[in-house]
Design a protein around this ligand. Structure first.
Ligand SMILES: [Cu+2]
Length: 287
């Protein structure tokens, strides 16, 4: 066997090995739940919106990967098939003004953009449209440098929980001292997001949603937590010196435990809730 043939054999064996290994990796990891939700935090049950958002994310990646493989494949094929040969001289054949080709590479990306836009719009409507029935539970979350106020309205109760920031010092146990937003499981909630000073942003990664909190202009988020558990929340808008420590916990609990928690809080709502311009039509409400 010539040394040339041997190298070729070795190369094709290596290629086969790589192909088998990557297929195996894809098939094996494809089974895990984590991969199926695109490595997103939370689960499909964390809120009623998580399935929509997860599917949009995962399917966009599948589409992008398929298109990527096609484009990279074509590029590699062209690079190899039309490489400069030993006896080639001068420029390769110059081609221009191929109308069918130009129409193709204009129309195909446009179709892709419109398809992506269509699915994104569909999911955005599903997630952002207020439910037909106004939720019984309204929580006004007020961002402030650098903590959170929670005003709860539920079944005739009005309770407030102004919190102070738990400065992080690297010690264990700080998580338990963070401001905590309580939500009852399977109860639709309207979150009214406002700010007392500068722009903050309400973000619970496991809920897959994030929304700015703007002074004088409430934003809204509607969701139904579907899973009991503890989740991390944080401010997602650079808001000053201790922004990175503007953290909170979310506790999704049984309704009875939620009411027990409300009973430990002070009566009444903090005034910040009404710190807004009444002439403004809040985003997500009525329009
Ligand atoms: Cu902030």
């Amino acid at each position: 066997m010539s040394s040339h043939k041997r190298t070729n054999n070795r190369r094709s064996r290596l290629l086969k090995g790589v192909a088998v290994a990557s297929t195996a990796a894809l098939v094996l990891t494809g089974c895990s739940e984590e991969v199926q939700r695109g490595w997103l935090p939370g689960s499909r049950e964390t809120t009623n919106h998580n399935p929509y958002l997860t599917d949009l994310w995962v399917n966009s990646w599948i589409a992008a990967t398929a298109i990527g493989l096609l484009v990279w494949g074509l590029m590699i094929w062209v690079i190899i098939a039309y490489r400069r040969r030993k006896n080639d001289v001068g420029y390769p054949k110059q081609l221009a003004y191929n109308v069918p080709l130009e129409i193709l590479y204009t129309v195909v990306p446009l179709v892709m953009v419109f398809v992506l836009f269509g699915f994104t719009d569909q999911v955005q409507r599903a997630v952002d449209t207020p439910p037909a029935e106004e939720p019984e539970l309204v929580v006004n979350v007020v961002g402030k440098q650098w903590a959170w106020d929670f005003n709860y309205e539920y079944k005739g109760m009005e309770k407030n929980d102004p919190t102070i920031q738990a400065h992080l010092d690297g010690q264990d146990g700080k998580r338990d001292t963070l401001p905590t937003l309580y939500l009852p499981v399977d109860v639709p909630v309207k979150l009214e997001l406002t700010s007392r000073d500068v722009i903050h942003s309400f973000w619970v990664p496991a809920f897959l949603q994030k929304r700015d909190m703007i002074p004088g202009k409430p934003n809204y988020m509607y969701l139904t937590p579907g899973e009991i558990g503890d989740f991390d929340g944080k401010c997602a808008e650079l808001c000053g010196e201790y922004h990175s420590e503007m953290l909170f916990n979310v506790k999704v609990v049984e309704e009875s435990e939620f009411i027990d928690h409300l009973n430990t809080l002070e009566d009444g709502l903090l005034d910040d809730k009404y710190d807004r311009n009444p002439n403004q039509n809040p985003v997500g409400e009525g329009n």
